[in-house]
Design a protein around this ligand. Structure first.
Ligand SMILES: Nc1ncnc2c1ncn2[C@@H]1O[C@H](COP(=O)(O)OP(=O)(O)OP(=O)(O)O)[C@@H](O)[C@H]1O
Length: 233
C-alpha cells in the first residue's frame, strides 16, 4: 500500500435545491516523501479533496489511508489529534498572528504537539534566522509565507498540504517559496502536496494529479523533475 491512498472519494454539497458534486470518485496514491502537484481549473474540486485529506472536511463516501490508517473512520476527537499532529497546512492567506513575532507564531504551533522542532531551528531552515524577532507586520509577503511554512513544518507533519502557496506572491518570491517547499520535502522526507493553477510548477513535481469536473483526469509521475531554479513560474 502507498503512503497515501485516496480511494473513491465522493463529496457533495447541497446549496438550496442544487446538489454540487465537488469530488466524484476521486482516487490516487502518493508515496512517502514525494512532492506532488494537484492541477486543475477553478471549481474542479482540488481544495475539496485537500480539505478532506487534512481532516478539515468529511467525505460522503470513500476512504483515505495515510500511513496505513483510514482517516475517514476517525471520530471527532481522533480527527482533531490527526489535524494537530500529522498535518501541516500552508494557505495562500497566511493566518499568522500579527502582533506576535515570527518565532512566537511558530511556537504557537509547536507547543501543541509532542516532539516539535525547535522554533529557531525551523525558522533558520526556512531562511528566517535573522527575522525571528520581527513582528509579522514588519515582514514582507514572502517572509510571512516562510513563517507559515516554518509553523507547519515545526510539527514534523506526515504530510504538508499547501493550497495555492504562491498565489499571492510575485513570480520571483513565489519561486523562492516553491524552492523552500521542495527543499523541506527532500531534506526531511516530508510528503508535500501543492494545489496550483500554474501548470509550470508541475514540471518540478515527482507526481502530478490533474482534477477536472470533480474527477481525476490524469496522474503522471516525472522521472526527472526539473529543478525549481530551472522553471519560470
Ligand atoms: N462549502 C461549500 N458549499 C457549497 N459548495 C461548495 C463548498 N465548497 C466547495 N463547493 C463547490 O464545490 C466545487 C469544487 O470546489 P473546490 O473549492 O474544491 O474547487 P477548486 O478546484 O479548489 O477551485 P479553486 O481553484 O477555484 O479554489 C465548486 O463548484 C465549489 O463551488
Amino acid at each position: 500500500m502507498s503512503f497515501i491512498e485516496v480511494k473513491d472519494i465522493v463529496k457533495k454539497y447541497q446549496v438550496g435545491e442544487v446538489e454540487i458534486i465537488a469530488n466524484d470518485q476521486v482516487s490516487f496514491s502518493i508515496e512517502e516523501g514525494e512532492f506532488v502537484v494537484i492541477l486543475g481549473p477553478s471549481g474542479a474540486g482540488k481544495s475539496t479533496v485537500l480539505n478532506i485529506l487534512g481532516g478539515m472536511d468529511s467525505s460522503d463516501a470513500g476512504n483515505i489511508f495515510i500511513d496505513n490508517r483510514d482517516i475517514t473512520k476517525l471520530n471527532e476527537r481522533e480527527l482533531t489529534t490527526y489535524r494537530r499532529e500529522d498535518v501541516g497546512f500552508v494557505f495562500q492567506f497566511y493566518n499568522l498572528v500579527p502582533n506576535l513575532t515570527a518565532k512566537e507564531n511558530v511556537e504557537l504551533a509547536s507547543q501543541i504537539v509532542t516532539n516539535a522542532m525547535d522554533a529557531e531551528e525551523v525558522l533558520a531552515l526556512c531562511g528566517l534566522a535573522h527575522r525571528k524577532d520581527n513582528f509579522i507586520a514588519q515582514l514582507s509577503g514572502g517572509e510571512q509565507q516562510r513563517v507559515t511554512i516554518a509553523r507547519a513544518v515545526a510539527k514534523r507533519p506526515k504530510v504538508l498540504l499547501c493550497d495555492e502557496p504562491t498565489g499571492a506572491l510575485d513570480s520571483k518570491t513565489g519561486k523562492m517559496i516553491l524552492k523552500l517547499l521542495m527543499d523541506i520535502c527532500k531534506k526531511t522526507n516530508t510528503t508535500v502536496i501543492v494545489i496550483t493553477h500554474n501548470s509550470v510548477i508541475a514540471e518540478a513535481a515527482d507526481r502530478v494529479i490533474t482534477i477536472r469536473d470533480a474527477k481525476v483526469e490524469n496522474v503522471r509521475t516525472n522521472q526527472q523533475p526539473k529543478k525549481v531554479e530551472d522553471i519560470e513560474i
